[in-house]
Write a protein that binds this ligand. Structure first.
Ligand code: COA
Length: 215
């Protein structure tokens, strides 16, 4: 069954998970809500120069955070936050876009791949600097696959690609099933990669209970 963004927003518990990596504080992943703007602004403002070069936002202040919250349910975007428990601090943002730009379509066409808004969605992930490299992005990934499947997609592409010198992110995407399909030059002359993930039709086996072998 395929869900619309509105139907998904109506049942936020469907997209809520509690994670723990390496004995640190628990982290709850859940849809972004309007009340998050203050915490989200703090998350954006605290991103290091390197992280904000790798994950670019329109701004890093309260106005930018409010814009992201104002977009809830209004356009083609779905955003999930990672909230540290019990502090309530936002430590990550997972973003989906159901729209493809003409530039995306042309780039993939150059690589011999036809992407469409029926089959493909765009995805990007940003964790707070002190949460990177701790396995949280990978723990969150079964939910990323699930969101794309709920939206009826069979593939996920990277929103804006990934910079070729972003070695951790490339490793992260590769280990979660993406493969590079092409490269392109950014406005500043640096190189980025386009990467794509093919979703299997079934829910992620790792999120299912273990199969019994004694019967
Ligand atoms: C990219 C990101 C979402 C990944 O989430 P994460 O929780 O840090 O990723 P994980 O810890 O699950 O996996 C990272 C992998 O990269 C490896 N890694 C870490 N630093 C690395 C480096 N400098 N070079 C190569 N691999 C590196 C880790 O060892 C791990 O692989 P392993 O499990 O095989 O050991 C997160 O790091 C992030 O937000 N980075 C900044 C913003 C960004 O770059 N976003 C992506 C924009 S396209």
């Amino acid at each position: 069954m395929v869900f619309t963004l509105t139907q998904i927003a109506e049942v936020p518990s469907r997209l809520t998970r509690r994670l723990n990596a390496h004995g640190g504080p628990d982290v709850v992943i859940r849809p972004l809500v309007h009340a998050d703007s203050g915490q989200l602004a703090q998350f954006l403002a605290a991103l290091s120069a390197e992280t904000s070069r790798f994950s670019t936002f329109d701004g890093y202040d309260l106005a930018a955070a409010q814009d992201l919250c104002d977009a809830i349910g209004r356009y083609d975007k779905l955003r999930l936050v990672l909230e540290e428990v019990p502090s309530g601090r936002i430590v990550g943002l997972l973003e989906f876009s159901l729209a493809l730009t003409a530039t995306d379509i042309a780039r993939y066409q150059d690589a011999g791949i036809r992407i469409t808004e029926t089959t493909d969605c765009r995805f990007g992930a940003t964790l707070a600097d002190d949460y990177q490299g701790r396995g949280i992005g990978t723990l969150a990934f079964p939910l990323v696959r699930e969101v794309a499947r709920l939206l009826g997609k069979s593939r996920i592409i990277l929103w804006g690609g990934v910079r070729a010198d972003n070695f951790r992110a490339i490793r992260y995407y590769e280990k979660n099933g993406f493969h590079a399909v092409g490269h392109f030059t950014e406005a500043d002359g640096s190189l980025s990669l386009d990467m794509m993930l093919h979703l299997s039709p079934e829910p992620d086996a790792r999120s299912l209970p273990a199969r019994r072998t004694d019967s």
